[in-house]
Design a protein around this ligand. Structure first.
Ligand SMILES: Cc1cc2nc3c(=O)[nH]c(=O)nc-3n(C[C@H](O)[C@H](O)[C@H](O)COP(=O)(O)OP(=O)(O)OC[C@H]3O[C@@H](n4cnc5c(N)ncnc54)[C@H](O)[C@@H]3O)c2cc1C
Length: 451
């Protein structure tokens, strides 16, 4: 907006509230991370920016109807699905995707009724070893007193208060030196008061020569693994550990209640070649051995996934289903993947751009995602300056679509509306002694606007 005079930006959001995974993904005990919302507030303050909330593009307004009213359309709708493991028992009660669990404790309307069975038993198993897995573990293990003061959904705080989970195992298919989590997230778990870390098998620790070959972050991680437990097992209320070289093969029902989870069976893996234990890109192969971990609740945390919007292909917007991304030239231009030897040189589809997880896949933190968005914005500015071809439409934008939205009976939410919802959530939070009390369903969010 700063660099194209008179440019107007309309931002459509399916929920009545903004901020995507900053509100519904980032853990409640990471309030400092959510500070990036202030940057978004600055953008929203411009009279040439319109927030159009509570409009699900592709459902409430078809893309076919939207696109002809713009010079350019930027897709940055994130990754609203999760990858499945494809093993028997995955749909048993007690088995949840990390995306659902995270959405539940963060008040995402889609998962307000998840009601995870945290009171069914003491053993939790998390499959996957990325930062999201560590968030899930921390929420299961941490002190509820502190958590209650955050913006955690009230229903989650109440359920966690009744949780019987005492032991958390975070399971990966490879070893500690291949795991995806960052040291910062690991350190938070190691430092968690009241939670004992059960030490690792020493075979994962390098000898002197191998230790020297580890990267700096890996050496810091090694130090964490080797440090004496902050909370000794005898006094700890809860315990946790990492389990390595295990791939799940089935979630097993309890013999007394065939609809509920009682354990998870894993195939044991081995490094291939066996000497690659410390290599970042080491591969593993399955062995004939297996291991069963007891579990009253299990979380699969093996990644998020984007999907195409309805009718995307009808209007000529490509989607790579395998990678779960919109094909692009790496600088944010949506390309026709069939037009070139590779996506980087393929033909740009005029006026179509993408950014964030739907452009790159579901990896990257807020800082990298923001940089990526700035890069796509630079590309649009550059194309505009070079008078590249854009969408051949009426450029009427939201003004041209407003009547259509009314005809369809849509209750749209403006930035001023959001500020009312925001104010009410903060005020309710203050009464409860917490940062914010989130509304967890759309009706309650919209009711604020009718008051
Ligand atoms: C559990 C979790 C914890 C995380 N914790 C951290 C952290 O602590 N620190 C950090 O730096 N990063 C963290 N991240 C990463 C960070 O959240 C992402 O890098 C970033 O949010 C991705 O931005 P995005 O815009 O691509 O997607 P999103 O943030 O998902 O935004 C996409 C938006 O599009 C909307 N949308 C989807 N479909 C439609 C549609 N059809 N019509 C209209 N709107 C639609 C969604 O509702 C959403 O608001 C975390 C991620 C997860 C999953």
């Amino acid at each position: 907006m700063n660099r194209i005079p008179d440019a107007v930006v309309d931002m459509y959001e399916q929920l009545p509230v903004p901020f995507g995974l900053v509100r519904f993904g980032v853990a409640p005990d990471h309030p400092e991370v959510k500070k990036c919302q202030e940057k978004f507030e600055e953008v929203a303050a411009s009279p040439r920016f319109n927030f159009v909330g509570n409009v699900n593009i592709g459902h409430d307004i078809p893309l076919k109807q939207l696109v002809p009213h713009y010079d350019a359309v930027l897709f940055s709708y994130g990754a609203s699905y999760d990858k499945k493991l494809g093993v028997p028992g995955e749909d048993l009660e007690g088995v949840y995707s990390a995306r659902a669990f995270v959405g539940w404790y963060n008040g995402l309307p889609e998962f307000a009724d998840l009601n995870p069975k945290l009171d069914a038993g003491e053993e939790a198993v998390i499959i996957g070893q990325g930062n999201v897995s560590l968030d899930v573990a921390r929420i299961l293990l941490c002190d509820l007193g502190e958590l209650r003061k955050t913006d955690i959904a009230e229903h989650a705080a109440s359920a966690l208060a009744k949780s019987r989970v005492k032991s958390v195992k975070i399971v990966g298919r490879r070893g500690p030196w291949q795991a995806a989590f960052s040291n910062k997230e690991a350190r938070e778990l190691f430092n968690l008061p009241g939670a004992h870390f059960a030490p690792l098998d020493e075979s994962f620790f390098p000898g002197e020569a191998d230790a020297k070959a580890l990267s700096r972050p890996q050496q810091r991680l090694l130090k964490m693994f080797k440090s004496p437990a902050k909370t000794p097992a005898e006094v700890a209320a809860k315990n946790w550990t990492f389990k390595f070289l295990l791939s799940p093969t089935s979630f097993n029902a309890s013999s007394t209640d065939p609809t509920s989870l009682s354990s998870v069976t894993f195939t044991k893996n081995a490094f291939d070649p066996p000497t690659s234990v410390f290599a970042k890109d080491a591969s593993v192969v399955a062995t004939p051995e297996s291991e069963v971990l007891p579990a009253s609740v299990a979380f699969r945390s093996v990644g998020y996934k984007s999907a195409k919007l309805p009718e995307m292909s009808d209007i000529g917007v490509p989607f790579n289903d395998r990678r779960g991304v919109i094909p692009n030239d790496g600088r944010g231009r949506v390309v026709d993947p069939d037009s070139g030897p590779g996506e980087l040189t393929a033909m740009h589809l005029p006026g179509l751009y993408c950014a964030g997880w739907v452009k790159n896949g579901p990896t990257g933190v807020i800082a990298t995602t923001m940089d990526d968005a700035f890069a796509t914005a630079d590309t649009i500015v550059q194309d505009w300056a070079q008078q590249a071809k854009f969408i051949d439409g009426d450029a009427g934008g939201w003004d041209a679509l407003r009547d259509e939205a009314k005809r369809r009976g849509l209750r749209t939410v403006s930035w001023e509306d959001w500020k009312k919802i925001d104010g009410t959530e903060r005020a309710k939070g203050k009464e409860l002694g917490k940062e914010r009390a989130k509304f967890v369903n759309k009706e309650d969010m919209l009711k604020v606007l009718d008051a």
